[in-house]
Each structure stands twice: as C-alpha cells, then as structure tokens.
Ligand binder design. Structure first.
Ligand SMILES: Cc1cc2nc3c(=O)[nH]c(=O)nc-3n(C[C@H](O)[C@H](O)[C@H](O)COP(=O)(O)OP(=O)(O)OC[C@H]3O[C@@H](n4cnc5c(N)ncnc54)[C@H](O)[C@@H]3O)c2cc1C
Length: 547
C-alpha cells in the first residue's frame, strides 16, 4: 500500500515540532521536511544570550540536529531546499530541485524581518537583523563584536531589548532607537516607564519617539529623526516580523490583516489538507474568540505539535492564546498576560483595574523585594481580562497564576480563594495575587475608590478644587519627596487632625505603596468625607511614573 506522505515546509520551530509529532502518531507515514537555509531547529530565543556570552557555545543553540530527526524520527530533511510554490489542487510542492506530491502539508514558514526605510542601508555591511542564526553569525562569529564598541539597536520590543541588554553585558555602548513613545508597545505605559528606568539606569541609551533616518556609509554614524547624529559603528534591526504566507494567500487561503493564515483548532487552513502553525498562522484569542497573531516560540511549538498530530491521522486541538509574555530587564522581570488597557480600549471593552505593590516575602524575612501587579477585569462579571507585573522576584509565578485564572475564566473574587503555597522564603501569607483580589473586590463593592497615578496626575494638573493627603511619616517625605501641594497628616494622627481637611472637597490619599492610603481613605469615608480616592501604588508608583 502506498505510504501517506506528509510534507513540512519550514524547519525552525513549528516545522520540526510538527514533523516529530507526526512520526510519533504515525510510524508508517513518509515525512519530508524542507528548510530553505542550512540550519534547522535552533533556539532563536537563546540568540541574545549568546551575544553576551551567557550561553557560551554557539553549538548549544542548535537544539535538534538534522541527523537526529532522520535517525530517531525517520524524517527526510532537505536542507537548502526552499519550497517555491504550492499547488493545492494538484497536492504538490515545487522546489528548485523538483516537484513532490503530498497527502498532507504543514506550512511552517514563520515570518520575515521587517526592514524600515533607512537611507544608505544598501551602501554598508555594518548592520544585521536580530532574527536568525545567520544574522547572529554576521554579528558574532564573524568577529564584529571584537571590532566595534558603539552599537545601535532599532526597536524596543522584546527582541531589541534582550539584544540591547546582552550587548551591554558584553561591555558594548548600546543605544536603542524606538519610534513609539515607550518600550514594549503592548504594555501599559506605567509598566513600560518602570522598565525604561531600569534600562537607562543599567546603562542603555534609550531614544523614544525617534526614528533612524539614514546611515553614513563612511563613518557608520546614524542620522536620527530629531536631527541629531548618533555615533555608531554597527546597527542591529529588531523591529518585528511579517508572516511569510504569500505562497498560500495567493492560492486563496484565508488570512487576517497582517497576512497570518486563519487556522481552526486543529490547525487546518481553509485550503484542503493544508495545516499551518507558528508565526505564519493566526490563532484564536481565547478572550475575544477572534483570530489574532501571537508570534511566540511557545505557540509555534504547541501549534506545530497539533498540526503534526492531525496531519498524521490524530485528533488534537490547540485552543489559541492570549498574549502571555515575559522578559528579563537586568535584575527585574516584566511580564503580562491577557488583555491590558490598550487592547481593551481598542476593542471598546469596559474594564476596571486594580494595582497593588506587595512584598514578595513577609516583612520579617530578610532581603525584601516588592512587586507591582495590576489586574484588569470586567466591571460587571468581574472576570479577569489581563494582568501586568514588574519586580525583582516572583513576577513569573504570579503572571502564570493569572494566566491560568484567565484560562479558567475566574473572577477577581476567586483569587483570594486559591490555595497558594506559603512559606517565608517564597511568599507572604497573603500572596500578592490574593491581595490584588481583595483590593479589587473592595473597590468593586464600593468600600473605597482607587485612582491610578496617571489618572491622579491628570486631575492634579487640571486645576480642580481638590485636596491631596499624604499619610506617610515626615521622615519618609524627607527621604523620598512628595506630591506637590499635598498635606501631610501621618495615618496614626488622622483621627485627631481631621479638621485640617475639608470633608466636602474631593480628597486624594496616598502613602508609600497603597495600604496606609487605603486605611486612611476608609477612616475619612467613615467620618463623612464625601469623595475619597486612594492612589494605587502610592508615592512609589507616583515617583516611578511621574518623576
Ligand atoms: C531573537 C529572538 C528571541 C526570541 N525570544 C522568544 C522568547 O523568549 N519567547 C518566545 O516565546 N518567543 C521568542 N521568540 C519568537 C520565536 O522564536 C518565534 O515565535 C518562533 O521561532 C516561530 O517559529 P516558526 O517555526 O513559526 O517560524 P520561524 O522561526 O520563522 O521559522 C520558519 C522557518 O521556515 C523556513 N522557511 C521559510 N520559508 C520557507 C520555504 N519557502 N521553504 C523552506 N523553508 C522555509 C525559514 O528559513 C525558517 O527556518 C524570539 C524570536 C527571536 C528572533
């Protein structure tokens, strides 16, 4: 009997994952993987860390070698053989070396790097993308890093920033040029601002709202959109990628706005017997149920696995994603899951948010570290839409807990009922996620009102007749500073000094991180103050975002 033939196009992440799973499901199928370059299955995510030398050996990035796919999984790997055309009606692919029939096809071609319009880029070799192992080789193995000191990174997304940090750790002078007003576009600006401080304090020269216009091919200096000339010796472009799908969209495959192919939960495209996975595919956003694009290694692996299983006769599903992302910024971690303010506003989805600053270990335990955690939720159903976190410790765990909560469609009221592990080295007795749940529930029950530091700054700046109350101790004000025009009454003196305040005026209360402000706002409300709001995250957040 003629063997079923599965052809996989693309050999980096989704492709090998699909091919290996197809073999595990079907021992008899003939599986051929085409890769247009000389390399397969290397760890793109590890590339920035190899630049700093954290990953010492380039070979460590080569996760699965062709011989392993061939010997262990019986997959025929065709390197340096690009698929140039797919003819769905004849079920065949064309390469420069011939044509191949398929029974099932898995399309895993990923994305291609976006090249911004930079004048004279074609007149110099002193630049590279930050995407493939070939890009990495241009910078690393060809000795560029030994020769140059001043490096400019274009783009302040995950890849640009990871590259920047690792080059800085390697001892280079690094400038990051970003066209947008903040790093990490999808993040809320408060979190981006905290990240920006860490980067600049770490030594990265960050230029926001700025574009690279041209490069001087003689000196390699860069002309920026603000008119300045940036001294630079080498440029790395890490903006984003565009799904590599023209081969199938031209044949009628359905796609979303950026060209990413629409697939169902079985990873089937709208063309018969053709599956797609990884950066070339769009998958359901599990919160909105719309197709969206999440170009991340975690989804390319899982989507590839599902495509491979189904192409080989299995029946598996991949339900999609909702944007969980994490990155290290020197000693800090910044992470997010689900939908944040920007995405929610863009979809006109009403939401409420709660921000807390919490210790990640109990106050009595040595070396305390705080974490900033903000949760976004539906004000009616109280279902959690998203969360963002920032801090030196434990951010990864809390964001993954909240990612699980989103998957399970939990509400903010469920959070304190989760049975969190507790021992002093790991968390406080009330875990930050539980605390966020309490605070959110309190604000929704009308027990107290909260405003963000950005909302507070707007109100303070618009000349309204309000009063700002600082309930910290005078020593804290001396050491850290204060919000302009605030009245200082320490929390423990508030009951006896309340007459210094006007109960009819809108009152904005803050302390260092939020807890004393919350207690003060309850005291004031119980004593007849009509309109009291606590500033979420207190002076710590105010200082981080507004100063
Ligand atoms: C520097 C860097 C760091 C990253 N860090 C993270 C991280 O920390 N976490 C995370 O989740 N994600 C991370 N990512 C994203 C992640 O690497 C990608 O989402 C993932 O590699 C996508 O896999 P893919 O197989 O869909 O596509 P790709 O990795 O783009 O692979 C597609 C492959 O198909 C081949 N190909 C294309 N067209 C053809 C053709 N016509 N014929 C034959 N072969 C073809 C290409 O040569 C390529 O090898 C990072 C990406 C980069 C660049």
């Amino acid at each position: 009997m003629k063997k079923q033939r599965i052809i996989v196009v693309g050999g980096l992440s989704a492709g090998p994952s699909a091919a290996a799973k197809a073999r595990r499901v079907n021992e008899d199928a003939e599986i051929i993987l085409f890769e247009k370059t000389a390399n397969i299955s290397y760890a793109t995510c590890g590339i920035p860390y190899a630049l700093s030398g954290k990953i010492k050996d380039r070979d460590k990035l080569m996760v699965v070698k062709p011989a392993l796919l061939e010997n262990r999984f019986g997959i025929e790997v065709k390197l340096n053989e690009a698929v140039n055309e797919i003819i769905p009606e004849e079920k065949k692919v064309l390469t420069a070396k011939g044509e191949y029939h398929y029974d099932k096809l898995i399309f895993a071609t990923g994305g291609h790097s976006i090249l911004p319009p930079i004048e004279n880029l074609d007149k110099t070799d002193n630049w590279a993308f930050a995407k493939t192992i070939e890009d990495f080789d241009r910078v690393y193995t060809s000795g560029v890093l030994e020769k140059v000191n001043k490096i400019t990174i274009v783009g302040a997304g995950l890849i640009g920033l990871e590259t920047a940090e690792n080059l800085l750790l390697k001892g280079k002078q690094v400038t990051v040029v970003e066209a947008g007003p903040q790093i990490l576009g999808p993040w809320d600006s408060k979190f981006a601002t905290m990240g920006q401080k860490v980067l600049t304090e770490g030594g990265v020269d960050l230029k926001l709202n700025t574009m690279v216009q041209s490069i001087d091919p003689e000196t390699q200096n860069i002309n920026l959109s603000d008119g300045t000339v940036l001294e630079s010796e080498y440029m790395i472009i890490g903006i984003s990628v565009r799904p590599n799908t023209e081969m199938l969209t031209a044949k009628g495959a359905e796609y979303i706005g950026n060209g990413a192919l629409v697939v169902n939960e079985r990873m089937e495209t709208t063309l018969p017997d053709i599956y797609a996975a990884g950066d070339c595919a769009s998958i359901p956003n599990q919160i909105t149920d719309e197709h969206a694009w999440f170009p991340l290694g975690t989804h390319s692996n899982k989507g590839g696995r599902t495509a491979g299983a189904n192409a080989a006769g299995g029946n598996e599903t991949f339900k999609g994603a909702y944007g969980t992302t994490i990155m290290q910024l020197f000693d800090y971690t910044i992470a997010r899951t689900g939908m944040g303010p920007k995405a929610l506003k863009a979809k006109n989805m009403p939401f409420h948010s709660t921000l807390i600053i919490s210790g990640t270990t109990p106050g009595f335990y040595p070396d305390p570290k705080d974490m900033v955690l903000e949760i976004y939720f539906d004000p009616t159903t109280k279902r959690i839409y998203g969360a963002e976190g920032f801090g030196e410790r434990g951010v990864d765990k809390r964001i993954d807990v909240l990612a699980t909560a989103i998957y399970a469609k939990l509400t903010i009221e469920d959070l304190p009922n989760i049975d969190f592990a507790y021992a002093p080295p790991y968390s406080p007795a009330k875990d930050p996620v539980a605390v966020a749940g309490y605070v959110a529930a309190n604000s929704m029950n009308g027990k107290h009102k909260e405003v963000s530091v950005t909302e507070a700054a707007e109100i303070f700046g618009n000349g309204s007749d309000i009063q700002i109350l600082d309930v910290r101790n005078p020593k804290e004000l001396e050491m850290k500073g204060k919000v302009e025009n605030s009245i200082n009454i320490p929390l423990d003196q508030l009951r006896e000094r309340m007459e210094e305040l006007d109960p009819a005026k809108p009152t904005y209360v803050y302390c260092a991180k939020g807890l004393r402000g919350y207690l003060a706002s309850l005291i004031l409300t119980h004593n007849g103050f009509e309109d009291v709001s606590n500033i979420a995250g207190g002076f710590t957040m105010w200082d981080a975002v507004n100063n």
